[in-house]
Design a protein around this ligand. Structure first.
Ligand SMILES: CC(C)(COP(=O)(O)OP(=O)(O)OC[C@H]1O[C@@H](n2cnc3c(N)ncnc32)[C@H](O)[C@@H]1OP(=O)(O)O)[C@@H](O)C(=O)NCCC(=O)NCCS
Length: 186
């Protein structure tokens, strides 16, 4: 996934600008199952999501966030006109929020996670009660670490499985190089 030429990167960035976040709904169950399936999960010892688990995930998606204008707590990431991932925020207490993003493995490397994360960061800090965002990524997932670093998160620690990143509330709203007006579909 590394080593794109400048032309490829530009094309991928253009595609990434078409990333739209929207709430999940019951019709997304098959796509959600696909997002949480595949070799990356298997390598972590996680089974593919079942149809019932996908329905539960969708049903619970709205419950995680309370008081932050990113509603619901987990939203769908759409690109190329289809649901390709999820991204969510949940409170870690004291004005600190945790962000997590999962994309189906056949769309990795197209800039979608970066675009989705930067939209969520932008929306999250519109709430003055949000002091910081954090995220953890597996040690064997440098792409995730790169997505966070590109979005301003700094590495604050590491344990035997994860790297931990934090983004403190910026003094100015974040201005990402390729950012477009956030299109979060209510
Ligand atoms: C992490 C994940 C979301 C990445 O999504 P993505 O859409 O492929 O990410 P992007 O394309 O926006 O960016 C990936 C970046 O990592 C870089 N990258 C990819 N593989 C890499 C590697 N092996 N080493 C270093 N960097 C790498 C890419 O070059 C790109 O950076 P660039 O734009 O500077 O070139 C996806 O891998 C995933 O769903 N993983 C499983 C769940 C997970 O780990 N979530 C993270 C918790 S928040």
């Amino acid at each position: 996934m590394t080593g794109n030429t400048p032309a490829q990167s530009a094309a991928l960035n253009a595609l990434a600008l078409c990333v739209v976040l929207r709430p999940l709904n019951d019709a997304d169950a098959d796509d959600v199952q696909r997002i949480y399936s595949g070799p990356d999960r298997a390598a972590q010892g996680d089974a593919d999501l079942t149809a019932g688990q996908a329905r539960d995930l969708i049903a619970n998606a709205a419950e995680a966030v309370d008081g932050v204008p990113l509603q619901p707590g987990m939203v769908g990431v759409t690109a190329e006109g289809r649901l390709v991932g999820t991204i969510g925020l949940r409170s870690a207490g004291g004005g600190h929020w945790r962000v997590g993003c999962v994309l189906r493995d056949d769309v990795w490397g197209r800039g979608y996670a970066t675009a989705a994360l930067q939209q969520v960061v932008t929306v999250a800090f519109r709430d003055p009660a949000v002091c910081s965002l954090d995220a953890k990524v597996r040690l064997d997932n440098p792409a995730s670490a790169r997505v966070l670093a590109k979005s301003g998160f700094r590495l604050v620690g590491q344990d035997d499985r994860f790297r931990h990143f934090v983004l403190d509330r910026p003094s100015q709203p974040p201005a990402y190089p390729s950012s477009r007006p956030v299109r979060l579909i209510p």
